[in-house]
Write a protein that binds this ligand. Structure first.
Ligand code: MRU
Length: 336
């Protein structure tokens, strides 16, 4: 799997520069950006050029390292930048978790010692993410019966991590083991992460795949074409309530209606010990223009009022199992 991994990646640290694929241009253009500027990284996270919960955690950690290099003599300035990095996006807890790890590891140090320590810490976050994705994929095999047809939402593959990804990582491993027959991918309006990114990944992995509009999921299930749903997560509360791309909740309700198992795959870095339930998870609301347009094409009048939550909360009771690098947890969830 490791050699295969090299072929599909969205993020790479070379010891000095962070390299990332400009996800907003996919699938039409595969453009890599190389930077040693923390502001470029934060901007990329905000623009969704780097996106997906584990990936923004890893990128945030390297942004903190890059910021320190430019502010070695001014710890106050560096701490202010850490706040900016941490708050680049609010819902995926991996970002604040990673910045928290950097802060912890830097305690009591200055200068080059501090730089060495936080660089090692960021590299460890990246390497552990890569390993965790592989373990999630192995653990997830248990829930994929032979011949499965899976539905996924948004993009939870290699692009969202430093490894093979979460939900798509499980599906990829299941395909390699001959368990998975095909994947259906929801488009994930408004920004089309399913259409643009998941399909791009699945095509490269040569996994049979079919794209559908988000609104076609009910019909697809009604036709008996789906055996399981597998999605990623941006934040998981202690009772199993899970934030993920807007529309995930709809799929969980539909899956429940048709008695189709609904799984979430995520590393422990996506679990929020401080969130008792979904009510404690902040939801990001994004710019109205994302909904007023389809790509560059305007679909409505400029004055149309828009509702644009980037994420929703799926109640734990609708989730059949939560797959992490440690195990598969089943309801009733109590992660504390
Ligand atoms: O707004 P995005 O594209 O960053 O949303 C990403 C998702 O919702 C993914 O499904 C989520 O991060 C899980 S993938 C590890």
């Amino acid at each position: 799997m490791k050699a295969e991994l090299e072929k599909l990646r969205g993020l790479h640290w070379d010891g000095e520069y962070l390299h990332f694929i400009e996800q907003t241009l996919l699938p039409h253009q595969e453009k890599w950006i190389m930077t040693d500027d923390w502001q470029v990284v934060v901007d990329a996270i905000r623009r969704l050029a780097i996106r997906g919960a584990p990936a923004i955690g890893v990128a945030g950690a390297f942004a903190a390292v890059l910021a320190f290099k430019k502010n070695k003599d001014d710890l106050n300035a560096w701490n202010e930048i850490l706040e900016k990095i941490e708050h680049a996006r609010p819902t995926a807890v991996n970002l604040s978790w990673a910045v928290g790890k950097i802060k912890q590891s830097s305690a009591g140090q200055v200068g080059d010692n501090l730089l060495n320590t936080i660089t090692s810490q960021a590299e460890q976050i990246a390497i552990e993410d890569e390993d965790n994705c592989l373990k999630i994929a192995e653990n997830g095999l248990e829930v994929i019966p032979p011949g499965s047809r899976a539905l996924t939402h948004c993009n939870a593959g290699a692009l969202v991590s430093y490894g093979i990804g979460t939900a798509v990582g499980v599906l990829r491993q299941a395909f390699e083991k001959g368990l998975l027959k095909e994947v259906y991918a929801c488009e994930a309006r408004p920004l089309g992460q399913g259409a643009r990114l998941t399909m791009w990944e699945l095509h490269r992995l040569k996994i049979p795949c079919t794209l559908l509009c988000d609104s076609a999921a009910g019909r697809l299930m009604q036709e008996g074409k789906i055996d399981l749903v597998m999605v990623g997560a941006d934040r998981i509360a202690m009772n199993g309530d899970t934030a993920n791309k807007i529309g995930t909740f709809n799929l969980a309700v539909l899956a429940n209606r048709f008695s189709i198992p609904f799984y979430v795959a995520a590393p422990i870095t996506t679990f929020d010990l401080k969130a008792k339930s979904g009510e404690n998870i902040p939801i990001e609301y994004r710019h109205p223009e994302e909904v007023r347009k389809y790509g560059h094409y305007k679909t409505t009048e400029g004055q149309s009022r828009v509702y644009n939550p980037a994420f929703d909360i799926t109640p734990g009771e609708l989730i059949t199992g939560i797959i992490s690098e440690n195990n598969i947890a089943y309801p009733p969830y109590n992660f504390s």
